[in-house]
Design a protein around this ligand. Structure first.
Ligand code: A2P
Ligand code: 11C
Length: 340
């Protein structure tokens, strides 16, 4: 079976990785339509050795599309998803727009692919920092159970888009060359106050919420419950932006319900779908964002038993936020849609 696929946000950081993923996985394409804002209309983008011309996103552009992969921001999704669905497309949305809508399945194939079939036209891709955490926790949830997770993240600037990646490079050059540092995007492009990200760490990803957490932190809380289908799971998150281009890292602490020995935990992780265990501190083996960039899996290392709580477990989890955190997960969902 083949599908006509539209990529909305094709010129963005995630959109580009969606194209690379469609190529790499030899996705069965009948036709490919690349959509972005008016600014990019007419631009040529390389695909499978040739070039595809970017079109302006309009409701009519979704005519005849089977699967539409959206990564152009929440407000663009809100505008175009109903238009695409009305024209018969299934939308796989990478933004926060529909994730908590009870009618919209929130999918990480390694955890809950059986939910895909319940869609009514829109399927949501979770937030990148949630995706890598639930992929790593799934085998532990199945084997040992848990109801509380404490996580701190070290997130790459690419989570804020292609312009944020340029800002990190430019600020780094400015610092090293003794020039004035221009701050325009980080930590949150749409807010007025900006901090330097080069040679710094910013304890804010996304906007503040009433309760003092950031939206990124609350996404990790809410999305984890929905993906596991378990409202009892409590997550407490601190999300931090670091001067890394690609790859989010997470320090995760979880108290398991059953007694465990570390070798059992490592075996469960080794056997898990989508996980690669790189865990040998004595030989300095552990994942880093630089080493995980460009790879589709979730990498786990620094597996340790807590020294205080007998069932406490510590993990270090790294994944490419543009790939498994966004593009790869979306393309995996699209593959399921074609197969079914
Ligand atoms: P464009 O390049 O034409 O602005 P990133 O997350 O890297 O910032 O990328 C955002 C993506 O979303 C880009 O492809 C961008 O296209 C696209 N985009 C932004 N605003 C709109 C819009 N109003 N309509 C369609 N696409 C949009
Ligand atoms: C970040 N997690 O790293 C964000 C990017 O809700 O899909 C993705 C935002 C989202 O800033």
């Amino acid at each position: 079976k083949e599908a006509t696929v539209a990529v909305l946000g094709a010129t963005g950081a995630v959109g580009e990785q969606i194209l690379r993923n469609l190529e790499k996985r030899s996705f069965p394409l009948k036709d490919l339509r690349l959509l972005a804002s008016k600014r990019s209309a007419g631009k040529k983008v390389r695909f499978n050795g040739g070039e595809v011309t970017v079109q302006e996103a309009t409701p009519e552009a979704f005519e005849g599309v089977d699967i539409a992969l959206f990564s152009a921001g929440g407000s663009v999704s809100e505008k175009f998803a109903p238009e695409a669905v009305k024209r018969g497309a299934v939308v796989v949305d990478n933004t926060n727009a529909f994730r908590m809508d009870p009618e919209v399945p929130l999918i990480v194939p390694e955890v809950n692919k059986e939910e895909i079939k319940h869609h009514k036209g829109i399927i949501a891709n979770p937030n990148c920092s949630t995706i890598q955490m639930v992929v790593a926790l799934k085998p532990l949830y199945d084997r040992f159970g848990f109801d509380r997770v404490i996580v701190s993240t070290y997130q790459a600037v690419s989570g804020s888009g292609a312009k944020a990646m340029e800002e990190l490079n430019e600020q780094s050059r400015a610092v090293l060359e003794g020039r004035e540092v221009v701050k325009k995007i980080m930590p949150v492009g749409k807010l007025d106050k900006h901090y330097q990200i080069a040679f710094n760490a910013l304890p804010q990803c996304d906007v503040a919420q009433e309760n003092g957490f950031t939206l990124e932190e609350m996404k990790m809380v809410r999305e984890t419950k929905k993906i596991f289908g378990d409202e009892q799971i409590g997550v407490t998150a601190t999300c931090v932006r670091v001067p890394v281009q690609r790859g989010h890292s997470e320090s995760i602490y979880v108290e398991l319900k059953k007694d465990f020995d570390l070798e059992e935990v490592r075996q469960a992780l080794r056997e898990a779908d989508g996980v690669i265990l790189e865990d040998d501190i004595h030989n300095q083996v552990y994942p880093t964002p630089l080493d995980s960039a460009g790879r589709d899996e979730v990498f786990v290392g620094r597996v340790r038993k807590d020294t205080v709580h007998p069932k406490g477990l510590n993990l270090w989890v790294v994944s490419d936020n543009l790939l498994k955190g966004a593009a790869t997960n979306a393309v995996q969902i699209a593959e399921h849609l074609v197969r079914e």
